[in-house]
Ligand binder design. Sequence first.
Ligand code: G6P
Length: 369
Amino acid sequence: EQAEKDGYAHYMEKEIYEQPRALRNTMTGRIDEAGQKVVFPDLQLPAETIRSIEKIYIVACGTAYHAGLIGKHVIESLARIPVEVDVASEFRYRRPLFGPNTLTIAVSQSGETADTLAAMREAKRNGSVVLAITNVVGSSIAREADEVITTNAGPEIAVASTKAYTSQLIAFYLWGMYLAQEKAALAPAEIASLIQSLQQLPGQVEDILAHAQQLRQFAEAIKDERHLFFIGRGIDHAVSMEGSLKLKEISYIHSEAYAAGELKHGTLALIEEGTRVVALSTQDALHEKMISNITEVKARGANVLGITHEDHVDLHRSVDDVCLIPKTDALFTPVLAVIPLQLIAYYTSVVLGNDVDRPRNLAKSVTVE
Ligand code: G6P
């Protein structure tokens, strides 16, 4: 087993560091040689069907569900098709509405999650075309779906998912861009520029990983906390949810992810002297709003770690510590912003002496409903 970990202390650490390669592999073969277009050589769906999609459901569980939340932002923003994201275990029981041109996307690392499989069967029963985004070729979900986008992240062993999540994000970016391209919702030059930014992501992840030690210090500082908050707006809120889940899964410290603008409607009551808050601010259009939300928690005594990109070093003035990530397109920030959050969860679990790769009560793949 030690040999399989390749010199890393845990599978999770190894998988965090494998992300640049996983992202590159997920892009491979899906961008034309000139870097101008997204291509899906294996896709059978007629162009006509793609152009007629009017509504999209995304169904998934756990981390894959969090990838789906980002997928909604991406598809709605790029292709202007309305998207609903459902926790797979809830989907069947709420009598979802299907039109003649509904696409359902099932997201699953393992391709074996019973709830996701059941949700996708429900979609098929209702006449929806099903696209699977999965990491395991030949899995149940891959076999039953009409179309498959394989994330080529390689085997993921640690229960807490890392490289599968960021690879799922890449799959959503490619799919969102592909829909936009086929529907002519974006100009060719806009697609080409997005592709250029997308291709820079693996190198940018490497840059963040080179400074991982800063997060180890943060983990030391929070290891005795009873609870923590992750706040962000828009796409940052969705990333916060994944950061919070990671921390809960392997450190057993309770945390909540909150839409930063919603704090004042209740949760602000929980902020007291010394409460730890991780605040994400990667969206230029929302940065000022985030600063005022941070000021609200600071005024109640919170100790804030801000995560932002290089253009917003001014965040220093409003928080206790800053973690900088490289700049990318607004839609692509989750791939970068989640890396420090994965490292915080990982190091916290390590300093607490927990079983990082096999957290209590959890399984890598849940094949019961
Ligand atoms: C389990 C794992 C989670 C995972 C979820 C969905 O609960 O512990 O890490 O996100 O299943 O798994 P899937 O294989 O469908 O992505």
